[in-house]
Design a protein around this ligand. Structure first.
Ligand SMILES: C[S@@+](CC[C@H](N)C(=O)[O-])C[C@H]1O[C@@H](n2cnc3c(N)ncnc32)[C@H](O)[C@@H]1O
Length: 276
């Protein structure tokens, strides 16, 4: 049962959250009240939020594409901007599934989410697409534990390890949709990030090396070996880094296209292999 503070207690929580810099203090107070099972748990949750812990780590979940995605402390909190990558990936997959549908067959799409974190992208794709065979990889065992829980309902296989290394060999040349929101913050810009990210998300989830693109470049460089004919790789990047991401796609023999959403300031580069 949720804690039920009096109206005065509720407004004190809102005031404390607002003074701590929470822009959506009313909404956060409502979520914390709904999540706490007792007055003492509620007060401990509010104290942690005021001390700067991310709301999602306190609640144990983040909203992403309308889903509740479980996130444990230290694990990257899925960002709303990444919903754009899901949207673009789903549109490409539906296009690729159209011939099977016209032929009356059940479409099947092999999806791999590299650098999956909590598994948010894969979970969202498995929700909006039919016939998904889902695989996901992360190097952080804590993230893999979250992803396993979040992807269990979709039958997703989650591997721990470095990029493509833990994937079964049978996926080589067989992936229809490869998605990656790899870390892309340049190392010396981590100190400029909000404390919620800098202090509460694992460094390995944020640090993309000197120009931010070390891991993304490795994802792109090997993608052509793993994609099926006509398969697509989508990576999230920033507007500033996009020209470098596009160049990496071209160097890897993938035909790149940049897409962006002004609404969420999201940028995605998509690259495809030639169809069979
Ligand atoms: C920016 S977070 C994105 C997580 C998730 N895709 C999302 O959008 O919510 C990047 C993730 O990449 C993982 N990662 C970093 N280096 C990796 C590597 N070499 N191989 C696999 N995963 C890696 C981190 O542990 C982290 O979970």
């Amino acid at each position: 049962m949720a804690a039920s503070p009096t109206a005065v207690g509720h407004s004190l929580i809102v005031t404390r959250l607002r003074h701590a810099g929470c822009v959506f203090a009313e909404d956060e107070a409502r979520l914390l009240v709904a999540a706490a099972h007792s007055g003492s748990e509620l007060s401990e949750m509010v104290d942690r939020r005021v001390a700067g812990f991310p709301l999602e780590h306190i609640l144990g979940w983040a909203e992403f594409c309308g889903l509740r995605i479980g996130v444990a402390p230290g694990v990257f909190v899925p960002r709303r901007r990444t919903e754009f990558l899901v949207h673009e990936a789903a549109a490409l997959a539906r296009q690729a599934q159209a011939p099977a549908r016209r032929a009356g067959a059940r479409p099947r799409t092999v999806v791999v989410d590299l650098c999956c974190g909590s598994g948010a992208i894969g979970a969202a794709l498995a929700t909006v697409l039919d016939g998904v065979e889902l695989h996901a990889v992360d190097i952080d065992p804590g993230a893999v534990r979250c992803a396993r829980a979040n992807l269990a309902a979709a039958g997703g296989q989650v591997y721990v390890g470095d990029l493509y290394q833990p994937l079964p060999e049978s996926l080589r040349g067989a992936i229809d949709l490869l998605v990656a929101n790899a870390p892309y913050v340049p190392s010396d810009e981590i100190a400029l990030m909000p404390p919620e990210a800098r202090d509460h998300e694992a460094r390995v989830a944020l640090d993309g090396g000197p120009d931010g693109l070390d891991i993304q470049r490795r994802v792109i460089a090997e993608a052509a070996d793993w994609l099926a004919p006509g398969g697509n790789l989508l990576v999230e990047t920033s507007k500033r880094q996009a020209p470098h991401s596009v160049a990496a796609f071209a160097a890897a023999g993938l035909l790149p296209l940049e897409a962006s959403s002004a609404e969420t300031a999201a940028t995605v580069v998509v690259g495809s292999t030639p169809a069979a």
